[in-house]
Design a protein around this ligand. Structure first.
Ligand SMILES: Nc1ncnc2c1ncn2[C@@H]1O[C@H](COP(=O)(O)OP(=O)(O)OP(=O)(O)O)[C@@H](O)[C@H]1O
Length: 468
């Protein structure tokens, strides 16, 4: 009698465990979600609710949007089970959907089905946006057999953001983190091998803040050295770069002659570097080995570039002299942009002027990256970003004049077609000043570094011999 009870007790002893385990997992999962929900900010909470709606509604929505497939061939199992010879119902296949959320909306990954791929999802995009209550939906293919559906409930371009620099050297050299695109995806540009960047836009729309971010992120690296020509000020302490001067090996204000000296100095450095790169680094291009403390990436910021390049009209001596200086300045900067890439020179030109001569087109056209904040006219947008912007009306910076778009820029990159709109973050001045102060000791003149490397003074170097 006793023996026959053993298995029965065993079975009853197991049952609660079998139920309890999944129940415990379920409760744990529910608690985890509740905690996550409660701790999230209001925007993220909305996205969590949205993600739940997207998941729950998917099975009904997908067939309505023709995002399902019908499989008429019975499975082997169904054929075996079908003993009474009735026709077997075709199966309706729904793409499996995994949904994640962030503050701005949802990120869904759907499996493709026969006949339901990227094209079909893209066609259904506007309807998905309506059904999921999104302002925008983008469908891309991130791996074979799977599409990525990004739905934003809120327009990320309309929400100002802040960047708080860490003061730590960047993980990747020459990567410029710019901000978020219209789908709230981070945008960064790789500035290795890039000799020039242009930044244009109406006053007060965020050009300085954009440069501030680059300086704040890159300054902690000893492999980057900065120089600046700020055409808005006469002395460094007056302007936007007052705090940054201590982290710059050279700074000039709006004096054309001073600027000319700086540009000449940098062209001499470019030539000396070009002539000695093989001997010093053992490679033809600095980027093959990357910048270092001894051979740093040199970033020249030319703010309010118009000041240095604009044409001076008049026949008096002074005007003629200014005109000659401006023409030479443009030629020198063109040299830096055209020939500086392989030896680690990067020129960033900014301007609020909206005419073609603000940044001469022969310089603008050799800068592979162009950004423009708001512009007043279509001509100004073309002057800033080139003729191609006419073909991309949605991204045209003339649509960014509303104060909501302070900090939003349209960017083109020669390696990609079209334009990307970016919400750039604001960098609080105090934080930028802190980084400048903490990193001031890293400042070094790259010419002095090269002289130490070569064991010669640059003024004594016969560049023709070096060139040879
Ligand atoms: N990315 C941003 N997000 C939100 N607000 C910003 C952003 N950038 C700038 N601002 C606001 O706009 C003001 C002006 O910005 P900033 O000085 O960068 O403009 P700018 O284009 O450089 O102007 P200017 O050509 O006159 O130098 C800042 O003081 C700040 O209040």
């Amino acid at each position: 009698m006793k023996d026959s009870n053993v298995p029965t007790e065993g079975i009853f002893g197991q049952v609660p465990l079998v139920v309890a385990l999944p129940l415990a997992v379920l409760v744990g999962w529910a608690v985890w979600w509740v905690v996550r929900y409660v701790r999230a900010d209001a925007m993220t909470q909305q996205s969590i609710r949205q993600a739940v709606r997207v998941r729950w509604g998917w099975k009904r929505l997908a067939p309505m949007l023709k995002l399902s497939a019908t499989d008429k061939t019975p499975t082997a199992l169904a054929s075996l089970a079908n003993t009474n010879g009735k026709p077997i119902k075709p199966r309706v296949l729904i793409p499996s959907l995994k949904v994640k959320h962030d503050a701005y909306g949802v990120i869904a990954r759907a499996q493709c089905l026969p006949g339901v791929g990227l094209q079909q999802f893209q066609k259904a995009g506007p309807h998905l946006a309506d059904a999921w209550r999104c302002t925008r939906v983008a469908v891309t293919q991130d791996k074979p057999g799977q599409v990525l559906i990004r739905g934003v409930r809120l327009d990320p371009l309309k929400f100002p953001t802040e960047h708080h620099p860490t003061g730590e050297p960047p993980e990747e050299t020459a990567r410029w983190d710019l901000g978020l695109d219209e789908y709230a995806q981070p945008v960064s540009v790789n500035l290795t091998q890039v000799p020039g960047v242009t930044v244009a836009g109406l006053p007060g729309f965020g050009k300085t803040s954009l440069i501030n971010r680059l300086l704040s992120d890159w300054a902690p690296s000893p492999a980057v050295q900065f120089a600046c020509a700020d055409g808005k000020v006469s002395a460094a302490y007056e302007g936007d770069y007052a705090d940054w001067v201590q982290r710059m090996f050279a700074f000039v204000g709006d004096d054309l002659e001073e600027a000319n000296k700086l540009f000449r100095h940098l062209v001499a450095l470019r030539r000396a570097r070009s002539a000695s790169v093989r001997q010093m680094l053992g490679v033809k291009s600095m980027w093959d080995v990357g910048p270092s403390e001894h051979w740093p990436l040199v970033v020249l910021i030319v703010d309010e570039a118009h000041t240095y390049f604009r044409d001076h009209k008049g026949s008096d001596q002074q005007t003629k002299k200014l005109a000659a200086l401006a023409a030479e300045n443009a030629r020198l900067v063109e040299d830096l942009v055209k020939k500086g890439r392989s030896v680690g020179l990067l020129v960033i030109l900014t301007t609020q002027k909206s005419t073609g001569d603000a940044i001469p087109t022969f310089i603008r056209d050799v800068c592979p990256v162009g950004l423009s904040f708001a512009q007043k006219t279509a001509e100004a947008a073309v002057a800033a970003l080139g003729d191609e912007i006419r073909e991309w009306p949605d991204a045209n910076p003339i649509n960014l004049q509303d104060p909501t778009y302070v900090g939003v820029a349209s960017m083109n990159h020669q390696s990609q077609p079209g334009f990307t709109r970016i919400r750039t973050p604001y960098v609080p001045d105090t934080e930028a000043a802190r980084v400048a102060e903490q990193t001031a000791h890293l400042t070094a003149d790259p010419s002095v570094l090269l002289e130490a490397f070569l064991g010669l003074r640059l003024t004594d170097v016969d560049l023709t011999k070096l060139d040879a």
